[in-house]
Design a protein around this ligand. Structure first.
Ligand code: ADP
Ligand code: ZN
Length: 603
């Protein structure tokens, strides 16, 4: 088996010209019969690493996956490109599974997907030994480790696999970076010696942005207005939040559904399949959503509230832009969210580790340096260049000497005897005359009205900066009263200089960004006529063939068609993502649509 053969198969079946970094190296190791551990981010292209061996080697590749809900889509996707694949799991009728077993025994399958339960069921190893198995691919392999974040007890039995099939290579694939989990995973599978193929976690097509968590709904509506017809996920902290937000978005005219563990299985499955089929564009979900989803055209991900660590955050934003084209993410952050998460950790098991992880998450949200560098550093990758695709890179913050502002604020806190919350301090600074202030006599204190010329919005941002700089803290256990830290005394009594980020620049930045995206949105709209038509065509073909639209062609492929306007088989075959089978099955329909569009456009 040669690299050239692998490359030919990549083009023939998937329509891709080149392997991504590492894919070919992993495939060649499989050809040599070596075990391997594959660490790639979500959307990195793990599947190709066992699918190409399946169509180029003698025998069947057995794929073990705990995500039963995903198997059908994966198998449909493979069949759509002419690869013979089938699955065996508990969701099937016995006649269906019987048909698959026969196909396997007759040597008709390139790939056989099985759940761990099925693999370990009585007599199954003997059944597999009737044919030549050229590779075992263990997907989501971190589930075998109790250290990992989604441990599946049934996975631990996989230990026996290597003993039962000593000559068949085992490939363990995961997107979990945690080193401890990875080592444990390899040990459990009996492949500690195996080479580790670690891909970069960088996903440069995903933009990163963090915004203050004020007027979140309004900000979300603005965000959506700039992205008509694009699919996305909004992650929330609670069930109630998902329901409320989904309701509000529906009222504003967006097809939105809530998804959380409190819904029954039937409703959850319906919400999920409507999303996959592009019938629902927006899902407001708790973290339970996404594990079983392989949709490549999720164009954006919003975090309504901050996740509890960077691993979760990265995994969740990673569900956007799996097709490699531009995708946007937005994280809302407020100090209160951080306090809520901290309270949720409480003093339970692992509290120390979880708190440390939460602190890193907060540092990311607070950061005034390139966000991607922070993320990649966290995943032990050293990137010394700024990324150019995050909010900080787009508009580096301007700093100024904020000592006087800080003195006013801290002195107000002191004069209010550290006995009120942030909102009250700001009202006093701004000289509000509301009844509570007058009745408590706060209008008599020296700093009353000293910050009149700064807006409430800006003050709130400055207070958040004072908190993250360590001059103030919020006593959550004491009615969220704002208190001074020892460092505050250095500002008040020793003239310590305080550097702040200019709020006006943050505002300007936001306006500039909005103007830019508005411009971009209109550009896309002008040019998108053909793209939209191709997307409609994709939808109707998907319905006809009973598969999700993204399995017909990805957004990236449609975009390339809209740009290149191929009208011959040869031209169409050069488009990335158009393999032989799809060219034969869908090529004519798409070329016809392109010709029609061109004819009308030229009239
Ligand atoms: P993972 O399983 O690692 O999350 P997938 O295997 O689902 O990722 O791949 C993510 C997307 O990237 C899919 O749409 C896949 O077709 C595409 N892809 C994979 N390898 C390549 C390649 N060499 N060239 C172009 N696209 C690719
Ligand atoms: Zn950056």
């Amino acid at each position: 088996m040669s690299p050239a053969l692998a490359k030919t198969a990549l083009k023939k079946y998937f329509g891709y010209d080149d392997f991504r970094p590492l894919q070919l190296k992993i495939i060649e190791a499989v050809y040599r019969g070596e075990d391997g551990i594959v660490l790639m981010p979500t959307g990195g292209g793990k599947s190709i690493c066992f699918q190409i061996p399946a169509v180029t080697m003698n025998g069947t590749v057995v794929v073990v996956s705990p995500l039963i809900s995903l198997m059908k889509d994966q198998v449909d996707g493979l069949n759509a490109v002419g690869i013979r694949a089938a699955f065996l799991n508990s969701s099937q009728s016995s006649s269906e599974s019987h048909r698959v077993e026969t196909a396997f025994e007759n040597g008709e399958l390139h790939l056989l997907y099985v759940s761990p339960e099925k693999l370990l069921s009585a007599g199954f190893f003997t059944f597999l030994k009737r044919r030549n198995i050229c590779l075992f691919a263990i997907d989501e392999a971190h589930c075998i480790s109790a250290w990992g974040h989604d441990f599946r007890p049934e996975y631990t039995q996989l230990k026996g696999l290597k003993t039962a099939f000593p000559n068949t290579p085992v490939l363990a694939l995961t997107a979990t970076a945690d080193r401890l989990t990875r080592r444990d995973m390899a040990e459990q599978l009996g492949i500690s010696h195996a080479e580790q193929h670690v891909a970069s976690f960088n996903r440069p097509n995903i933009s990163l942005a963090v915004r203050p968590g004020q007027k979140r709904r309004e900000q979300i509506i603005n965000f959506l207005r700039e992205r008509p017809e694009q699919a996305g996920i909004i992650y929330c902290l609670s069930r109630k939040q998902t329901e409320d937000l989904a309701g509000a978005l529906r009222e504003s005219g967006y097809k939105t559904e809530a998804y959380h563990a409190g819904l029954n299985a039937e409703t959850r499955a319906k919400v999920q399949s409507d999303f996959i089929e592009d019938k629902t564009l927006i899902i407001c979900a708790t973290i339970a959503f996404g594990m079983g989803i392989d949709k490549s055209n999720v164009r954006w991900v919003i975090h309504y509230t901050m996740p509890k660590n960077l691993e979760n955050y990265y995994q969740e934003i990673g569900r956007a832009g799996r097709d490699g084209t531009k995708a946007d993410t937005l994280l809302f952050y407020s100090y209160n969210d951080y306090l809520t998460l901290k309270e949720m950790i409480g003093g339970g098991a692992n509290a120390e580790l979880q708190t440390a992880k939460l602190e890193r998450m907060k540092e990311y949200a607070d950061s005034l340096a390139c966000r991607r560098r922070i993320l990649l550093n966290y995943f032990s990758e050293d990137h010394s260049e700024d990324c150019g695709n995050c909010d900080i890179c787009a508009n580096p913050p301007e700093r100024f000497d904020g000592t006087v502002l800080a003195q006013k604020a801290l002195s107000a806190v002191a004069r209010l005897k550290e006995s009120v919350g942030m909102g009250m301090v700001i009202d006093v600074l701004r000289g509000s005359a509301r009844a509570e202030i007058m009745s408590r006599g706060y209008d008599q204190i020296k700093t009353y009205g000293a910050g009149r010329d700064t807006s409430v919005f800006d003050w709130t941002q400055y207070f958040n900066q004072f908190i993250s700089l360590g001059y103030l803290y919020v006593a959550h256990e004491d009615y969220n009263k704002v208190k001074l830290t020892p460092a505050a005394h250095r500002v008040l009594f020793q003239q310590e200089r305080v550097e702040l980020v200019k709020m006006s620049t943050v505002k300007e930045r936001r306006e500039k960004e909005q103007a830019k995206t508005k411009k971009r949105a209109t550009v896309i709209r002008e040019k998108s006529g053909l793209f939209d038509e191709l997307r409609e065509l994709r939808k109707s073909l998907a319905r006809e063939f009973g598969i999700p639209p993204y399995l017909v062609f990805s957004d990236a492929t449609l975009q390339e068609m809209a740009d290149q306007k191929p009208v011959t088989d040869a031209e169409m075959g050069r488009i990335n993502g158009v393999g032989e089978r799809k060219l034969a099955r869908f090529g004519d329909a798409f070329m016809e649509a392109i010709r029609r569009y061109e004819a009308v456009g030229n009239e």
